[in-house]
Design a protein. Structure first.
Length: 260
């Protein structure tokens, strides 16, 4: 099933997407809800980010090739994480597919995409065993963890380098019933393929993260976990368009513009 969040008639709704038709839903996808009889053509509504998360979790370094190649760029020895490592991002940075990523005037040239699978939590959990972890995942969407590398390296925290407004495109919708281990992640800049990797080829799986996280924190419906990226991201420039496709989910597409 494909769930979206959209604006129509000045109001925001969750909806179920079937073909090119969106059916309004009363309630939330992961809570009590019911279909209405109100339908819209997809092209007649404004798609929003598929949710505003309660808590915005993100995996730390989580793909082996990414670690190796990024270390090689620095002429350093690769350092692999010893355990699933969680960070946080800020919902202020979230935008929808189709909206513009704004590069600040004082941002440097290392302004890069990071293509990430996003797990959307649908069930409260604490002390969740690995074998039951996916029972807590409602569905999947796509994230672009836009990063300004000089700020990321230079600031004490990642508040600018990762959480500047518009730096977290997410969408276009949430898809349920998928096996993330069968997906591929593809990144295109202006239509040219620049990354292509097996989405499930993670150092620590989604299940590993949920098991470790819930030893210490309670996950809730509407939380998200961004699962990290592979490869070596290229620089993005204003005027380009970044497209991230994850097979089975769809495409997250955003133009890059310079701050006015």
């Amino acid at each position: 099933m494909i769930w979206c969040r959209f604006e129509a008639g000045g109001r925001v709704h969750f909806g179920i997407l079937e073909g090119d038709s969106v059916t309004e839903v009363d309630g939330s996808p992961w809570g009590d809800h019911s279909r209405t009889h109100i339908q819209h053509k997809l092209g007649a509504v404004k798609l929003l980010a598929p949710l505003v998360p309660g808590t915005f979790y993100c995996a730390g370094v989580n793909y082996r090739t990414h670690v190796i190649k990024m270390a090689a760029k620095r002429d350093a020895t690769p350092q692999f994480p010893e355990a699933a490592d969680i960070g946080y991002r800020s919902p202020n940075a979230i935008i929808a597919s189709g909206e513009a990523i704004v590069k600040p005037k004082d941002a440097g040239p290392e302004f890069q995409y990071e293509a990430e699978l996003v797990a959307v939590i649908g069930k409260t959990g604490k002390h969740v065993p690995k074998e039951k972890a996916l029972e807590h995942v409602f569905g999947w969407t796509i994230g672009n963890d836009v990063s300004e590398r000089a700020w990321q390296r230079g600031d004490r925290t990642m508040w600018r380098g990762k959480d500047t407004d518009t730096f977290k495109p997410m969408g276009p919708w949430i898809v349920t019933g998928l096996d993330y281990r069968q997906m591929r992640t593809i990144v295109r800049l202006d239509g040219k393929e620049v990354e292509n990797f097996a989405t499930g080829d993670m150092i620590f799986s989604v299940e590993d993260f949920i098991e470790r996280m819930t030893k210490y924190v309670t996950i809730h419906p509407g939380d998200v976990i961004w699962m990290g990226t592979d490869g070596v991201p290229e620089n993005m420039r204003p005027g380009q368009t970044c497209e991230i496709e994850i097979t089975g989910i769809g495409k997250l597409t955003n133009p890059i513009v310079l701050e006015k």
